[in-house]
Design a protein around this ligand. Structure first.
Ligand code: NAD
Length: 428
């Protein structure tokens, strides 16, 4: 066991945002239980590398606007770094650092040969045309061409980026190299080397761990009343998987607000509505609720699949779920974690619950490198095996140490990285 020597404050200034401090606080809470050397703690407290670029975009009207872009690589101890690219008005160095740090723990927990990274552009994509988003993506990729690579750092989609964004990144990188390099990104279209089941993988993984958690509590997922916050890639798929497995989805929401029906919502109907209208706004197949009200609905399983910072010190006392599953990254604050633990509400943490995405991204990268592709059933089965193995290890640590699932997941992850870092040592 080791004590955490807080590094001098000056070292943290660059990263000093609430989200990075939260990621650090989670790390510091887990470290005393992990039994790893102080040098490991010091090294893993900070990202290895961060790049800030300014990305010029020629707008459709001929004017030029410049957007800040970031890529943070937290750890290369286990292999190349891996993590999403998000386009959002709140993207910052500290946010990317926090998300890159969580990616390190997530990859390590799932025993993937990767460290964590994250990046993005601070922008509001809703104000940009599709052609503008394409030019912005291509120039951002060019700015990062020396930082990313199939053996160094492999991007993937995140908030407001998708298969098309990855296709533009792959094409831009390939043009600069002079040949097709599909393994540079994951989450790309199947036609250019993407993997079947990648799009569904995160939401499906969320439901796989929810099912395991139900089994531990001696009940079936079928019949559980579920609320899903966020109806995008993760939440939309999670809602469908829950519905398909016989659970009753009683509430869903997106940025436009939520909808609730105690008897169960028509999930396929919700998808059809969102496909036609772009969001849940105006959907009348249930009672309209605000996002705040949705989080506080009485239910068996609350899936948080929107974004960070949703269950906080101010609403955690009013959560009426028997189980919380984090599909999003960082949706539960440190204060909320303590309140939920005190109230006996288990939280299946993000680094376990939403790891299905990076796991199938890993499968995609392996398939691209081998130029040999697997079918849907094989990928789903491999994902279920990997998620269940990680789930069992987290529950075993939680039982053994009497700590929360988040702390247990962190302990299991930190030990994986620590083992490799101790073997490799600090260079030189
Ligand atoms: P997305 O953009 O497809 O969907 C986000 C959804 O959340 C949208 O329905 C949006 O309207 C909704 N939303 C945004 N703000 C909200 C708010 N305040 N209240 C309620 N709803 C809100 O993004 P995504 O890919 O589904 O990612 C969601 C979260 O999951 C993010 O935290 C992301 O980092 C995380 N995540 C995604 C993946 C992946 O494979 N896509 C993998 C791991 C983690």
């Amino acid at each position: 066991m080791t004590s955490l020597h807080a590094p001098p404050l000056v070292q943290t200034l660059e990263w000093d945002t609430p989200l990075f401090l939260m990621a650090r606080a989670q790390f510091e809470q887990a470290v005393p239980h992990a039994g790893v050397p102080a040098m490991v703690v010091e090294r893993l407290s900070f990202p290895e590398r961060a790049v800030i670029v300014s990305v010029p975009l020629r707008r459709d009207d001929g004017s030029v606007a410049v957007f800040p872009g970031y890529r943070v690589q937290h750890s290369t101890v286990l292999g190349p770094t891996k993590g999403g690219i998000r386009y959002d008005a709140e993207v910052s160095l500290g946010e990317c650092a926090a998300l890159a740090t969580w990616m390190t723990w997530k990859c390590a927990l799932l025993r993937l040969p990767y460290g964590g990274a994250k990046g993005g552009i601070r922008c509001d994509v809703k104000t940009l045309s599709t052609r503008e988003v394409e030019r912005l993506t291509r120039r951002f990729t060019s700015e990062l061409v020396r930082e990313i690579g199939p053996q160094t750092d492999i991007p993937a989609p995140d908030m407001a980026t998708n298969e098309q964004t990855m296709a533009w990144m792959m094409d831009t990188y390939s043009m600069q190299k002079g040949h097709a390099v599909p393994e540079i990104v994951t989450g790309k279209p199947i036609s250019i080397g993407g993997s079947v089941f990648r799009r569904e993988a995160t939401g499906a993984g969320v439901v796989m761990v929810a099912e395991q958690a139900c089994m531990r509590a001696d009940h079936d997922l079928a019949g559980q009343r579920c609320v899903v916050q966020g109806f995008g890639n993760v939440g939309g798929v999670a809602a469908s998987e829950l519905h398909d497995k016989g659970a009753t989805v009683i509430g869903v929401s997106d940025v436009s607000g939520g909808v609730h029906d105690r008897a169960g919502l028509d999930v396929p109907g919700l998808h059809a509505y969102v496909a036609a209208h772009g969001s849940l706004e105006g959907y009348d197949g249930g009672e309209r609720v605000t996002n705040e009200e949705l989080l506080e609905l009485e239910c068996d399983i609350l899936v948080l699949a929107a974004r960070e910072d949703q269950v906080t010190g101010s609403n955690a006392g009013r959560i009426r779920a028997a189980l919380v599953v984090e599909g999003a990254n960082g949706p539960t604050t440190i204060e909320a974690d303590a309140i939920l633990a005190e109230r006996g509400i288990p939280v299946v943490p993000d680094i376990l619950a939403n790891a299905g995405g990076v796991t199938v991204s890993y499968f995609e990268w392996v398939q691209d490198l081998g130029r040999l592709f697997w079918d849907r059933d094989e990928i789903r089965r491999k994902l279920a095996d990997q998620m269940t193995d990680a789930f069992d290890r987290v529950y075993a640590v939680a039982d053994e140490k009497g700590i929360t699932l988040r702390q247990a997941a962190m302990v299991a992850a930190i030990r994986e990285v620590a083992g490799a870092l101790e073997a490799r040592g600090i260079y030189p």
